[in-house]
Write a protein that binds this ligand. Sequence first.
Ligand code: HEC
Length: 215
Amino acid sequence: MRMEYKIFYFKSPFRSWVILMFLATTIFTSCGSKREPGRVYMPDMAYSRAYEAYAPNNLKKEGINYLNYPVTGTIRRGDLFAYTLPNDSNGYKMAAEVKNPLPPLDSNQLLEAQRLFNINCAICHGPNMDAQGPLATSGKIGGIANLKLDLYIKKPEGQMFHVVTYGKNNMGSYASQLDRKQRWMVVYYIKSEQAKASANKSTTPAATDSSTAKK
Ligand code: HEC
């Protein structure tokens, strides 16, 4: 048996060269640049799915679709029912009647809602909701709502949810960053902070409207 092996490899040096060249080409072609993976037989492995909120969907050509929204008419398992009011002035009007479907938040959920607000909203509205976030004070974004004003204290929760879902003027939509439950949690948090603010109103001077000043 041993003899036969020797004969196979060393009888013809040309054959060994062919085998070596074949191995070398295979190794080098599979180590190409990561941006050009060559022939992709498992696209899920060559291109990881994009989880960043603003990542462009450049996987389409490989047949992987990254959707910001669930397919129309479907909801994710465990998600709240779809929000169907349209993104127009009529939808905004009707949203006044929409009620928060969540049961009152306990203290842990309220803390989570505050965390979500501070991450997503405080950059404009400020951690105290008085339109003193860094993008407001630096003048980068104008017309930011001071949520501690009467106008916004009286704003129905459904309309707040509508605006967080679709955006309004200088404020963008948060539908792909926050799921429906998280958006309602944040609205609940705003309402509970506003309730505290209006309870304190009798003892502190009225807040000034920095939102109209910056328009
Ligand atoms: C880029 C800055 C910016 C960020 C971030 C932002 N907002 Fe706003 N928000 C605005 C501006 C500007 C307005 C005023 C819109 C208008 O009426 O013209 C506004 C208005 C609102 C209103 C009043 C809605 C109404 O019916 O008039 C609510 C409630 C609100 N924002 C909540 C949020 C929440 C919750 C978040 C985070 C999920 C958030 N905002 C993030 C800029 C921002």
